[in-house]
Design a protein around this ligand. Sequence first.
Ligand code: SD4
Length: 295
Amino acid sequence: DPVRPVVISTWRHGLAANEAAWNVLSAGGSALDAAEQGVRVTESDPKVSSVGIGGWPDASGVVTLDACIMNEKGDCGSVAAMEEIENPITVARMVMEKTPHVMLVGKGAQMFAVENGIPKKNLLTPNAKAQYEKWKSAHPDAIKSRTINIENHDTIGLLTLDSQGNLSGACTTSGMAWKLPGRVGDSPIIGAGLYVDNEVGGATATGVGEAVIRACGSFLVVELMRQGNSPEDACRLAVERVISRSPDWKEIQVGFIAVNKQGEVGGFCIQPGFDYAVYDKAGGNRMFDGKSHVT
Ligand code: SD4
């Protein structure tokens, strides 16, 4: 096939994730394996402050992780508010493959991971701890308020089209820095942070999760592609829907990326500043600036 395989993922840290996903795909591996292996790189990079180890903690200083995964058969798995497990995407995949459930949260998700041989690990790096302490001393009452940081929202969502033409996706995050304890965003929610339909395409989201959840963002992008829109047009129309349901849209960022069954890709966001990484045969691994509603 002249187009396949294709990998697309959110933000600049997507380049390294794409590389790992591409290694799986170019060896003939599956879209699902590639999606998992790709985002594991980001989860395990302590320098990425919004995913996995090194992620910034919640308002009580605890790192909690959210992730979900979906394959070409429509199977899906998810974990949310999980502590001390470095690679939540792998646990999400285990939920998908080893249980009759889709989603496990909190202590139960962690117990399930440990029972399946994944060791617990401290995820709060010295740098993340220092950032937390700085924020905490500037916002002593923040745990009682709804103050959230909107800059640190660089979730990785990654979509794969393998050489057989199958689609999969993965999405993983530490969520919004300084979130209220127990808060879960869009990233582990199938249809919000991620959706894949093997007949149509896949989509994933980044940004303020509450706004994405209210619009069923990623599901909406896929449905818009089903109606004949290109990936970019579908992302743009979904961003417009998010805006129409978010009175605070001028203050928030939301971005979507998508790939369709033909291997075409696209992205769109509210505010300038969102970029995404695409890896394909024709162009190699490179960044694109997401077109934005605000220009
Ligand atoms: C969330 N969408 O928890 C995530 C945050 C994020 O890039 O970083 N998105 O709301």
